[in-house]
Design a protein around this ligand. Structure first.
Ligand SMILES: Cc1cc2nc3c(=O)[nH]c(=O)nc-3n(C[C@H](O)[C@H](O)[C@H](O)COP(=O)(O)O)c2cc1C
Length: 354
């Protein structure tokens, strides 16, 4: 099976979640024996369709533009047994590069009007490949793809084999080793295998690909402090990642949410400790973290018999959390106070080092 996989993300080379999902799908397709060519539209020159209808009249089936679409992509598209269209979700639909590609497949059609299921359409000129749509979005709601799905189903009516839509894609960090993210990516590989073997993806595999590993409530606090930190520090998300920055919590709730992400289960091992924070200054209040059997429980309020108590101005601890200040230095300068088992403090970086 010859597969042409078109990727229209401009963030290829590591940052792109379209690329992340597509790479896993392609891995599965190749594993099942398909010959897959991945084409990154961002590296190609595709002029916009100018609506001259030359491809319908003077040179039927041939566009007048001389560019990568006419000379390279379109012939490969006609020759493919399966087409994967992978696009980031931009304003609830395909991005501009993908739209330009789709419009430039106009030579596919003949100008005549015919009825298809009671609606006006054009007859297809060539044998065109079945399509798999793949997209990723920032928002966590599955419904974010409703418009895209409706568009894809309309234009690829009768030849849309599968729709792989991954919400909350920006929160998928395989390097974190999150089990659920790992399973989503494994399921995407499996989806690739199934497509080659049976031209469809089973409902079980699709449910794993779409698994809602986060929702608005879990995502929004972290997303919001992440963007606020980018704004305050004047960095783009890419620069934020490159500099290995940490989002700056602005409340005890967001601090607790961040610590949940930073918790390192493996390093915590069989430790059983309670760490109490007493915050003053910019934000006043208290919370504690209870670590037991490799699990973390974060609670607003006071613990009974904590092993370690950290009494600190909120802003001092947030400076330490975001690596703006050195924890040991701040301790020497008595910017915060600690009581209880100091060995727990020594292991703090292990517990929350992710
Ligand atoms: C111009 C633009 C429009 C976007 N529109 C949406 C949107 O409508 N819904 C959404 O959930 N995410 C939206 N996003 C977020 C992207 O879908 C998300 O960042 C995705 O990971 C981008 O794909 P990539 O990682 O392959 O570049 C938008 C991003 C940009 C830059």
């Amino acid at each position: 099976m010859k597969v042409l996989a078109i990727n229209s993300s401009a963030r290829i080379g590591g940052q792109s979640k379209t690329e992340l999902m597509l790479n896993h799908l392609v891995e599965g397709m190749r594993d099942a024996g398909a010959a897959v060519e991945v084409m990154n539209l961002h590296k190609k020159s595709i002029k916009n369709c100018i609506g001259c209808f030359t491809c319908w009249t003077k040179t039927p089936g041939k566009c007048l533009h001389q560019d990568d679409m006419s000379n390279e992509i379109y012939p490969k598209y006609l020759d493919a047994d399966l087409l994967v269209l992978a696009t980031p979700l931009y304003h609830y639909t395909v991005n501009a590069e993908m739209k330009a590609f789709i419009e430039r497949t106009l030579p596919d059609l003949q100008p005549f009007f015919k009825l298809r299921n009671g609606v006006t359409s054009h007859p297809i000129r060539h044998k065109t490949p079945p399509v798999v749509a793949l997209s990723v979005a920032g928002f966590p709601d599955e419904s974010v793809f409703d418009l895209l799905s409706s568009y894809m189903n309309f234009i690829y009516h009768g030849r849309l084999l599968a729709e792989i839509y991954r919400p909350a894609a920006e929160s998928m960090r395989p390097s974190d080793g999150g089990e659920k993210v790992a399973d989503i990516l494994d399921a995407t590989v499996q989806g690739g295998r199934e497509l080659v073997k049976s031209m469809t993806i089973s409902p079980e595999t699709m449910a794993r690909i779409k698994y809602p590993f986060v929702n608005f409530e879990t995502m929004a606090p972290i997303v919001n402090i992440f963007w606020q930190t980018c704004i305050d520090e004047g960095v783009t998300p890419k620069e934020f990642e490159k500099k290995e920055m940490v989002p700056r919590p602005d409340s005890i709730e967001t601090f607790v949410a961040l610590m949940g992400l930073a918790f390192n289960k493996e390093k915590a091992g069989d430790a059983e400790v309670k760490i109490q924070f007493l915050f003053s200054g910019e934000v006043e209040g208290r919370c504690y973290f209870s670590i037991k059997n490799g699990n973390l429980e974060a609670v607003l309020g006071s613990a009974d018999n904590p092993d370690l108590t950290i009494e600190t101005p909120f802003e001092v601890w947030m400076d330490i959390t975001t690596k703006k200040a050195d924890g040991q230095q701040m301790f020497m300068e008595q910017k915060y106070k600690v009581s209880g088992d100091m060995s727990v403090l020594m292991r703090f970086g292990d517990f929350f080092g992710k």
